[in-house]
Each structure stands twice: as structure tokens, then as C-alpha cells.
Design a protein around this ligand. Structure first.
Ligand SMILES: CC(C)(COP(=O)(O)OP(=O)(O)OC[C@H]1O[C@@H](n2cnc3c(N)ncnc32)[C@H](O)[C@@H]1OP(=O)(O)O)[C@@H](O)C(=O)NCCC(=O)NCCS
Length: 334
């Protein structure tokens, strides 16, 4: 049946949205490659050459995904200047919730004393933060929320298979958060996002029931070579598309913050993007390892705190990982 008119009201929001504040939190334990090589058969030289990682951050006994997410979110809200009772939606992306429910989003909202916001978790692994940014952008522009807290948080040290030396040295623990709200000018470019069907086994975790029955916690398994090839071919093209979708030339970009998975992947992206030498490129992986959904916002905070990047800079961000899935956009830094 064709509906010619409808009594349903539709919401309308701001013309544009932007990131208003960013915050990060890192695991307190610094685990350098020397310590890692007491756990796996490897060397500092091999790990640095293959990935760029010198050390990674792991949670200490007091830290959890919830404490990290709350710390990062609190900083992001303070820096945004938005009152806590104005945050009307929370999106947390994570593969590290210790329980299937309640969601981390509701727990973070509770810890921060927010005013009963809409709250839900996302699961897009290492692309999760960038998925959250585009969903929040849509929510603000359609009027379904005014100020959205987007968090990426991971505690991957608890999910690492230390019997697999090809992945054990990669992962780190942390959280990054942003507040996204209305803007008079575009502050978040179009999403370039998608998935690769039939690739679920390339990066996967153990099934919960199998792990419980076996008396262990679910661990991450990855065919690193296949991910590496996908990232350095398909995802490299997606970085170019993301820049084009925002209508920018390489000369108009100020900052590049790819998912911190491997410096050699970042190098492949740079070769294809042909960015000018003065574009600031995040290499946060060196001190952090791969913190999945947290990696992009933590790196964003670090570049702003060090002064390498400035508020108002145009930054290309892109995440990619288990699914396989990816998402990227150009954002104006807060
Ligand atoms: C994980 C990763 C760093 C491994 O690097 P790689 O160059 O692909 O390494 P390979 O697994 O092919 O192994 C190459 C050799 O190094 C050895 N090796 C593997 N891990 C090692 C380690 N920790 N130390 C020393 N040698 C190691 C292998 O045994 C192999 O030796 P061989 O050639 O004699 O068989 C790389 O594949 C990668 O970064 N993949 C992408 C990960 C990613 O982007 N994830 C994103 C989503 S989370």
C-alpha cells in the first residue's frame, strides 16, 4: 500500500555536527618488548621491525574496561564544556565487556551520573570508534540526540593467547572518548564504511561456551598475514576514498590517524595517499600496542596533548579489523 501522508512526526536536528572534546585513558602497566620476550620466544628487534611497537600498556589490578572508559569519558566531557545532563546518548564500542550485559554504555552513564541517556554498545572491533563517530553524527543531525558520548575501550591483555607468539606482543589496553554535538559548519565528513563477508574466521575469539566448559577465558586468534594483505591493499584504497568523500585534497589534510595496528600498514597507506610531508601522522602504536576500538581516540588525544596536532585541524581517521569491518571519516579536531 502506498502511503501518501503520515501522521508521524519526524525529528530534525542540527545542520552539522563536530567533535567537541576528546579524552583518553591507558593501562597503568608498561610492558616493554624485553618483558614481552620473557613470555614469548621473540626479540625487541623483530617486534619493532615488524610492527613499530616498543612497549604496550596493560591494565593493573585496579583497572577494568569500565574504569578506563569512565576515565576517558570524564575527560572528554570536561574538555567539551557540555554539562553532563545534556549528554542524551552514549555509544560504547568494545569487545571487552566482562559481562554480556548490562552494556558498558549504561554502566559508564551510571558512573558519570548522566541523566538517563539513550545507551547502547557497538561491536565493530578495531573499527568500532569510527562506526560510533558516524552514528553519533547521524543522531545529532537527525535530532535523535543532541550530545553523544562515543567511547572506544578495550582490555585485550586479558584476551591474548600467550601461547601464540605471532599475536601475543600486539595488544594494549586503553580507552578513548569524544563528545559529539551540533555545529554550524561540517565537522564530520561522510563515512566510508563496510564489511567483507565470509571473513569471520580471519580474526575471531573463542566461543564463550567452549571457553567456559574448558575453564579458560575466550582468546583472540588472528591470521596476521591475511589481515596485513587486506589492510595494505583494500583498506589503503578506503583511506583514499575517505579523503575524497570529504572533498579534501591531500594538501588540505593536517593529520592522519589510522588504526594503530602496524606501522608498516600505516606506511603503505602513506605511500598511496601521497600526503605532504607536513601532515602529522600518528605512530601511537610505539608506546601503546594495538588497543582496537580505543586506538584512534587515544592517539587523537595524544597528538593534541603534545601539540603536534591543533584544534581545528582536519584529521583523517580510519579503523579496520575483526569482522572483517572498516570505517573512516575526516573530522575536525576539537
Ligand atoms: C601480526 C604480524 C605483525 C605478523 O607479522 P608477519 O610479518 O605477517 O609475520 P608472520 O606471521 O608471517 O611470520 C613471519 C616469520 O616470523 C616468525 N615470527 C612470528 N612471530 C614472531 C615473533 N613474535 N618473534 C619472532 N619471530 C616471529 C614466524 O615464525 C615466521 O617465521 P618463518 O618465516 O621462519 O616461518 C602482521 O601479520 C600484522 O601486523 N598483521 C596485521 C594485524 C592487524 O592489522 N590487525 C588489525 C586488526 S586487530
Amino acid at each position: 500500500m502506498r502511503i501518501m501522508s503520515s501522521p508521524i512526526k519526524a525529528s530534525h536536528g542540527a545542520a552539522y555536527s563536530r567533535i567537541l572534546g576528546v579524552g583518553g585513558a591507558r593501562g597503568n602497566r608498561v610492558v616493554d618488548n624485553a618483558e614481552m620476550c620473557t613470555i614469548i620466544d621473540s626479540s625487541d628487534e623483530w617486534i619493532q621491525q615488524r610492527t613499530g611497537i616498543s612497549e604496550r600498556r596493560w591494565v593493573d589490578d585496579e583497572q577494568t574496561a569500565l574504569t578506563l572508559a569512565t576515565e576517558a569519558a570524564r575527560k572528554a566531557i570536561e574538555r567539551s564544556g557540555v554539562a553532563t545532563d545534556q549528554i542524551d546518548a552514549v555509544l560504547v564500542s568494545s569487545v571487552s565487556n566482562e559481562r554480556r550485559f548490562p552494556s558498558l554504555s549504561v554502566q559508564v552513564a551510571s558512573e558519570l551520573g548522566l541523566d538517563n541517556p539513550a545507551a547502547t554498545d557497538l561491536q565493530a572491533a578495531c573499527a568500532g570508534f569510527c562506526y560510533g563517530v558516524s552514528l553519533a553524527d547521524s543522531m545529532v543531525r537527525t535530532g535523535s540526540a543532541h550530545y553523544v558520548l562515543v567511547v572506544g575501550v578495550e582490555v585485550l591483555s586479558k584476551q591474548t593467547d600467550f601461547s601464540d607468539r605471532s599475536t601475543a606482543f600486539l595488544f594494549g589496553d586503553g580507552a578513548g572518548a569524544v563528545v559529539i554535538g551540533p555545529s554550524e559548519v561540517p565537522g564530520i565528513g561522510p563515512a566510508v564504511w563496510g564489511s567483507e563477508i565470509n571473513t569471520g574466521e580471519i580474526i575471531h575469539s573463542d566461543e564463550f561456551e567452549v571457553a567456559v566448559a574448558g575453564g579458560f577465558s575466550p582468546k583472540i586468534h588472528m591470521e596476521g598475514n591475511k589481515v596485513f594483505r587486506w589492510a595494505t591493499t583494500y583498506i589503503v584504497e578506503k583511506t583514499v576514498e575517505t579523503l575524497e568523500a570529504a572533498g579534501l585534497t591531500p594538501e588540505e589534510l593536517d593529520v592522519f590517524i589510522p588504526h594503530q595496528a602496524n606501522n608498516r600498514i600505516t606506511d603503505a597507506m602513506l605511500r598511496r595517499l601521497k600526503l605532504p610531508d607536513d601532515v602529522v601522522v600518528s605512530r601511537d602504536i610505539k608506546m601503546m600496542g594495538n588497543a582496537s576500538a580505543a586506538s584512534v581516540p587515544i592517539a587523537m588525544e595524544a597528538l593534541l596533548e603534545s601539540g603536534e596536532a591543533k584544534p581545528g585541524d582536519n584529521a583523517l581517521i580510519i579503523g579496520f579489523g575483526a569482522g572483517l569491518v572498516y570505517a573512516g571519516q575526516v573530522v575536525v579536531l576539537p
